[in-house]
Design a binder for this molecule. Sequence first.
Ligand SMILES: Nc1nc2c(ncn2[C@@H]2O[C@H](COP(=O)(O)OP(=O)(O)OP(=O)(O)O)[C@@H](O)[C@H]2O)c(=O)[nH]1
Ligand SMILES: [Mg+2]
Length: 441
Amino acid sequence: MLDQLSDGLQKALKFLRGEGKVTEKNMTEALRMVRLAFLEADVNYTVVKEFEKKIREKALNEKVLESLTPAQQVIKIIRDELTVILGSNDRKLNIGSIPPSKYMLVGLQGSGKTTTCGKLGRLLSQAGGNPLFVSFDLKRPAAQDQLQMIAHNLKLPFYRLSRGQMEKPLKALAEVMEQARIQSQSPLIVDTAGRLHVDQDLMDELLLIKKTLVPDEVIYVGDAMTGQDAVKSALAFDEQIGLTSVILTKLDGDARGGAALSIVSVTGKPIKYVGVGEKYDQLEMFHPDRMASRILGMGDMLTLIEKAESEADTEEAAEMARKMRRQEFTLDDFRKQILQFKKMGSMSQMLSMLPQGGPFRNLNKGIIDDKKILHFEAIINSMTPKERENPKIVSGSRRARISRGSGRSVSDVNQLLKQFFEMQKMMKKSTFQKLLGMKGI
Ligand SMILES: Nc1nc2c(ncn2[C@@H]2O[C@H](COP(=O)(O)OP(=O)(O)OP(=O)(O)O)[C@@H](O)[C@H]2O)c(=O)[nH]1
Ligand SMILES: [Mg+2]
């Protein structure tokens, strides 16, 4: 996610760390690197200028220059300012004073509205809500089918408009709201039509829906891959119908990320969630501070821990943590972990939330590959219980046997064992031990 921007900014930080003192000269060089990273990521020019100005002012302040760790201070300033750009503090979705809460999703064609309706419904239902979906994308009959299918897969209720209702959408809207009220379904998640470009027809239609619905949130769904275009069309939607918040989708793609960094400053609307994949569980709450840390390679342990808490079997996780602390972790446990990871989402997605340095330096590179994880599982399956318990006994001839059994090469087997021993070593390190102690995982 935002890899390119992240790489560029980390280069600047690395450069600063290498310089003992902060001077006007190396600060200028670091800021040049920051500016380049931003512009390459397609961040709005005015936003970049403003950012640069603020960093320079704060960094070349006497207190910073005279401190013992000027580079660290500057890095902190950069992180704080990046957080400000991303929207400072996170905000939950508005809730209606009289149920149901009503959320209307708008945006250009293909930006991910319908998918995001599903993802949002899933999240809110997990959080104890009782969502109801309805599609007011009336020009395409298939639009209702798409959302209905998603609702069906998620085992959540969908309100299907009849042909007659589709001809009188505003009356239909009132009927949907009435059903939601009577059946205590809240929030009501309303999907709408998209167009290739912003046009008056679409805006008029949306405005009518909005006037009848009186939504608690009008959420602009923007495709991060379209960069500045997403920002421009967000502005147009805001001017014409008024937005309350933003969900950025497709941040998992090779998105240059400029949209994420410009949209808040340019529109003044907070990003509340981000889509990070096509699957229903790939919607994350947006935390500006965590995102800033992630972009700067400082990792996002909190999101990782929350994800682990919501998906993993907590008892088993506690047992694993105990084993890790006592260094009793075996290949069998490793295999169990692989199964857990598979439940939580892709390995690479998870690892992207870890800091890029410290105890995780070697881990990231070795097992970041999701396919490799499946291979690892096959290899472990081909071992005897004794070998899993004590991998040290796995000699050359055993490795050849395991390789034949699993259909993987001997060098794959070697790699797995090497990774495992490295992981064991890492677990002995104090930072990791501390992490295991956090929140009792
Ligand atoms: N990789 C990725 N794909 C996404 C994400 N969100 C949506 N998509 C994909 O984007 C495509 C379009 O999604 P839809 O939800 O149909 O978009 P829409 O805005 O409803 O489109 P229209 O109704 O035609 O305007 C689909 O293939 C989705 O799977 C995301 O966060 N990541
Ligand atoms: Mg749609």
